[in-house]
Design a protein around this ligand. Sequence first.
Ligand code: ARG
Ligand code: ZN
Length: 882
Amino acid sequence: MQTLSEQAPALIRLSDYRAPAWRVETVALDFDLGIDASELCARLLLRRDPAQDAPLRLDGEDLQLLSISLDGLQLPATAYRYADNVLEVDGAHDGSVLETRVRLRPAANTALEGLYLSGSRESGFLLTQCEAEGFRHITFFPDRPDVQARYSVTLRADRERFPVLLAGGNPDGAGELEGGRHWARFVDPHPKPSYLFALVAGRLEKLERDYVTADGRPVQLKIWAEADVIDRCHYAMDALERSMRWDEQTYGRNYDLDVFHVVATNDFNMGAMENKGLNIFNAKYLLADPDSSTDEEYRHVEAVVAHEYFHNWSGNRVTCRDWFQLSLKEGLTVFREQSFSADMNSAPLKRIEDVALLRRAQFPEDAGPLAHPVRPAQYSEINNFYTATVYEKGSELVRMLAGRLGRDGFRRGMDRYFERNDGRAATLEDFLGALGEANDTDLMPYLAWYGQAGTPRLKARGHYDPARREYTLTLAQHAPGVAGKEPRPPLPIPVKLALFARDGTMLPLHLQGAASGNLHERVVVLTRTEQSLVFTDVASEPVPSLLRGFSAPVILECDYTPAELALLLGHDVDGFNRWEAGQQLATRAYEDLRDGDATHALHAWCDALARLFDSEAIDDALLADLLTPPGEIELAERETAIDPQHIHGLRQDLQRHLAERLGADALYRRYQALAGHTTIELDAPSQARRRLKRRVLELLHLLDAEGACLLAAAQYRDAPGMTDRLAALAVLVRGHADAAAGALLDYRQRYADNTLALDKWFSVQAQMPGEPALERVLALEKDAAFTPKNPNRVQSLLGAFVRGNPSGFHRVDGAGYRLLIERLITLDSLNPQVAARLATAFNGWQRLEPKRREAARLAIAELAGHVGLSRNLAEIIGNVLN
Ligand code: ARG
Ligand code: ZN
């Protein structure tokens, strides 16, 4: 039997990068589209690098080659070889034209990469997904982002079955053909890498809007979706228009084609894709209406629409030289998207949401066997590197640079970056170089952040000298160790800080050796392993507020007393740091409960929140966030023998203490007051009320389960929109309430034809805490609406269970692990990307308590011994085992 290491696929290394020996100047694609079989003729005008003499080699996976000709002559079988996913052709020279004809099988493509069918054979439509290496599943091509070509695409198909024919670029003619067929052509004037190619064909409806760019170009915006959901695209259209205006105003970037198409599909591996002129979205991130979407989902739609649109510059006009540079477009675009969302909504709430996500998804990734640098040095399957590290940590790195340069400096740097690299395939060095040069500073030291895995730790110690009225703050950084490696050189770490007096006022900062002004906040960039800052003229011992706004993606260790954290929680004017102080205090309170020897922090936390709960001055949404302790995944990060069920129980106790301190009366009163304004409006105060109402209901449930379930059942029944309805359902289901069954049945019927709403029905049940979850998951797999072929459905049931329900998945008998490996084997044969993503649930198994660790190890080892795993899954399992 072949073991995992024997099937281990080759590693691709950044250090092996070579410029392409052959480029493609223009490509003409001619498609004959059909559900079962599609045929495609590709004509490539080739350019050879005179400095290299490598033979012409093109990527091509699972392609059925029908014919091949070079410079107009059919090639004999001796003049080309197609093996191991490479087509090698003899006799090509600079300026040659290669023509290949292939046959594809879209309906049989369950991996959802390349050309595939979304929906049913009868009514579904055809579409493509090419990033990262899907184009080689469509035709023979040098499928790498540094080969940029001009595309002209002709689509032909039956008019009845495929009334809408779309490809990237500008429309360049359409017409009728014999036999009820028709054609349409699109020409893209901007050279682009193959991963940005896209086509869509089928029965789709559209929303349209005319737009004029700031530089005067009229653009037709068209959003396409299947007829039953097209009415749910209005919010996305508004979000698109807001994104376009924002990029004009904030970065001076205008759109550059005459049309911008956006298409929604239910069958998509990722969130969405920025194909040039033809963005394709997972319907989950495009459709929104009050009856089926929560407030949070509305925010996601706005953010993802913006993200894909922003890629038109950060990704498409300036693309990546190779996939190691992925964060060059993704980290930057996430940063742009986050800034946009902060501008459209509340900046502090957005920051809280983003940092919470970073801690929940990226910190654990960076602390376990799947850790990798933002710019990895090697990979075997690039699809496994669309990670929280490349996206979210990558965005944090851009944020540090932006903070360092300031608003105007960053804009100057970005102008330089776009201007200098327009039309190019760039590297992270190009990015740091442009930002630095435009500001006469050297940003290359930041490159170190891109090259090392792990979350750095920042230790802070304060010392106050009352005689000299001096406060000395010592900051020391520590990179997570890698066994057998040299200690790493220090990173530049921007620390935004302020000092608070004990009465909660901010002190003016007189930093020794720095120009004084009447500053109350400043950014100090730590460049050495350890550095001391001396503040003079400090009247009494201050409380430092550090890393304000989360100015660097590090773990801060500071020996605050509970009273000091409570002071920051009560008074910090930086909304993020106020929340952060609360999170740290809650963590201490959690440890009080866990270790059972003190309750200082617990009391400080509950008291501080009780004061805020009654204050009028605080925004409802921020209050809801303050009332929420760190999640189970985050709490587990601090432990070494993890028992997820125990953690769940302790976190519940922690919240019960808080609820008791707030008191049932106050909670009921608050709930009733909030319930008095029930609407579906999306304005900030309405959303904030719904968020707080949910939190109050959850806290009430810990005090008075029966009473809270009555409220929840009524809230479920009377909810005017999904936010309130789902919140109530979750309280009922998680509380194992009697009323849960009836509500679930009602929901199942009500949304029988609404795929996205049904996904939430699966998730809410997959996330019920503790042992019963697994039985429920098994039962739900038998529901007629469950299918392993739809990535959203798999994510909503299995993903929610294995990655979003630690106390349910990590059963001490190992049943959760065995279920996961069985499902992985099935899923891997259908869709390797989906399987690999689900398999990351095993990350961190080495830190489980011994029984669970052994059960997990056995399950993973069994999977690793399975023959014929995809490269995607094999890489994840191989890494996880290490
Ligand atoms: N570039 C897309 C985005 O905006 C993600 C596409 C990733 N696709 C994949 N198969 N890995 O984030
Ligand atoms: Zn992206």
